[in-house]
Design a protein around this ligand. Structure first.
Ligand code: BES
Ligand code: MN
Ligand code: ZN
Length: 504
């Protein structure tokens, strides 16, 4: 879908449909909605009076224009209470309105710039949110359908602004929004892709493409090289699979004079069967998305390069399948990780922390100044936090505060979890330095404490996205399947660190 910005009157656009908004509790429409209401001889006012349109968040009322204006339909998007308006409300409203209009067959759509200049929202931010909401809300994954159902696509969205002075900042917002949504859609694509189309080799090829298109350095370690380095925790997981494991390293240099390098580390299990500690059959297919962390890291590096941020970012993605076979690693095995710590593999299904152990230790070898790892690590985080927010764990409060704020801006909620010493008892091993499971209680915390042993004193944040990387329902700009979380958070983090660096 193409997105344009023009100065003009929303009622006079040569399009199939237009989007205006309605705040909850408004008796009579204001602003652009009032102009449309007038052109429609009070049709919107009547819907409000009859309580058909209430302006609640998520509500979309389709109004037929009966030839009174050129567009055939008006989508009246509910925005909730005006005093509570946020960027995320705007994203959600655009997602709902665009999907409703797609169903009517609309190809060309115009919208007012919801929220611009309202309650402290800058026009540029509003344009970013509108771009995000519409593109992400309309996202579909149809690659493997041989017949596309007769749904048409919206081909063009025009942001219509009355004040010509705002056009430049709106255009900047749309451009920035497109970088954010392209990266998010890439993450969604990789996560939605079935595991037979998204092996470690396939992931590597995508990473190579992203690197080539954006002038990013890429290096891929093969099994032999990993073995020489001593990445035995990762290689142990890979033993059960005939697919060769890959360790993907992406380097973006945006500020070579600066010695600081931000590390983004993403879990890349392209399918998690559990290994010898096999998972139950029901729902196992969901584990094709166990590389969501790695996907978001690859996509983020592409976006950071497109934005030409003056920051250095290194992406690390350990990628392998976790399968049972005659050569697979067994419960009780002991492996020696890259940093020479010995690990008892109590459960082969706790594989994410094994591959991340080597990746984090490698990040330290590279001298990364901070590391953020992203992983669909534990079912336990879903029990603790459900599906509405990502769990964050850290050894550095300042860094996690920045990550949480970057998430807030993106509308990707993050909640910090504790890493109290006392829990460490649960991952003590009788036979090795540490074991990879910590029992039923506080599973996401013991998983994070395991990782902490490998990030050591490098400032580090672990994001457990097992609850947030996919969705079973469609709402706002979230569709069923992959969400793309936390790609926009990571890009915002890189932006925030760039701004901070510029100040110093
Ligand atoms: N990939 C899973 C975690 C997961 C669960 C992701 C549900 C998405 C949805 C991870 O590798 C795993 O299997 N974790 C185990 C750890 C346990 C064996 C200590 C779990 O959560 O059960
Ligand atoms: Mn597992
Ligand atoms: Zn896993």
């Amino acid at each position: 879908m193409e997105i344009k910005v023009i100065a003009g009157d929303i009622t006079k656009q040569p399009v199939d449909a237009i989007i205006v908004n309605l705040f909850e509790g408004t008796e009579r429409p204001t602003g652009a909605t009032a102009a449309v209401d007038q052109a429609l001889e009070g049709a919107i006012s009547r819907l409000i009076a009859q309580r058909e349109a209430k302006g609640k968040k998520g509500e979309v009322t389709i109004v037929h224009t009966m030839g009174k204006i050129e567009p055939l339909r008006v989508a009246l998007a509910g925005m909730g209470k005006q005093a509570e308006l946020t960027l995320d409300t705007i994203r959600g409203a655009m997602g709902e309105a665009c999907r409703a209009l797609r169903k009517t067959g609309a190809k060309r759509v115009a919208t007012i710039v919801h929220g611009a200049g309202m309650g402290g929202i800058e026009p540029e931010e509003a344009a970013i949110a509108i771009t995000e909401g519409s593109i992400l809300g309309l996202y579909t994954f149809k690659r493997h359908k041989s017949k596309i159902e007769n749904e048409t696509e919206i081909e063009e969205l025009t942001l219509v602004e009355r004040e010509a002075s705002k056009i430049r900042s709106l255009e900047r917002g749309v451009a920035r929004g497109k970088v954010l949504t392209d990266a998010t859609a890439l993450t969604r694509d990789l996560v939605n892709e079935p595991a037979n189309y998204m092996t470690p080799t396939d992931m590597t090829n995508i990473a190579k493409k992203v690197a080539e298109e954006n002038n990013i350095e890429i290096e891929v370690l093969e099994r032999e090289h990993m073995s020489e380095l001593g990445m035995n925790a990762l290689l142990g997981v890979a033993k059960g699979s005939t697919q060769p494991p890959k360790f993907i390293i992406l380097r973006y240099w945006g500020n070579r004079e600066n010695p600081k390098k931000l590390g983004l580390v993403g879990k890349g299990i392209t399918f998690d069967s559990g290994g010898i500690s096999l998972k139950p059959a029901e729902g196992m297919g969901e584990m094709k998305g166990d590389m969501a962390g790695g996907a978001s890291v690859i996509a983020t590096l592409g976006a950071v390069a497109k934005l030409r941020l003056k920051i250095n970012v290194v992406g690390l993605v350990p990628a392998t399948e976790n399968l049972p076979s005659g050569s697979a690693q067994k419960p009780g095995d002991v492996v020696v990780a890259l940093n020479k710590k010995t690990i008892e593999v109590e459960n082969t299904d706790a594989e994410g922390r094994l591959i991340l152990a080597d990746a984090l230790a490698y990040g330290r070898k590279l001298g990364l100044s901070a590391m953020v790892d992203v992983a669909t690590l534990t079912g336990a985080i879903r029990i603790a936090l459900g599906t509405h927010c990502t769990g964050a764990f850290t050894n550095n409060q300042d860094l996690v505060d920045k990550v949480v704020r970057s998430g807030e801006k993106a509308g990707e909620k993050i909640w910090q979890m504790p890493l109290f010493e006392e829990y460490k008892e649960q991952i003590k091993s009788e036979v090795a330095d540490i074991k990879n499971t910590g029992g039923r209680f506080a599973g996401s915390i013991t998983g994070a404490l395991f990782l902490a042993e490998f990030s050591e004193d490098t400032p580090w944040v672990h994001l457990d996205i097992a609850g947030t990387s996919t969705s079973t329902s469609e709402k706002g700009y979230t569709v069923k399947g992959a969400t793309g979380v936390p790609t926009r958070t990571l890009i915002n983090l890189a932006l925030a660190l760039t701004e901070e660096g510029a100040k110093q």
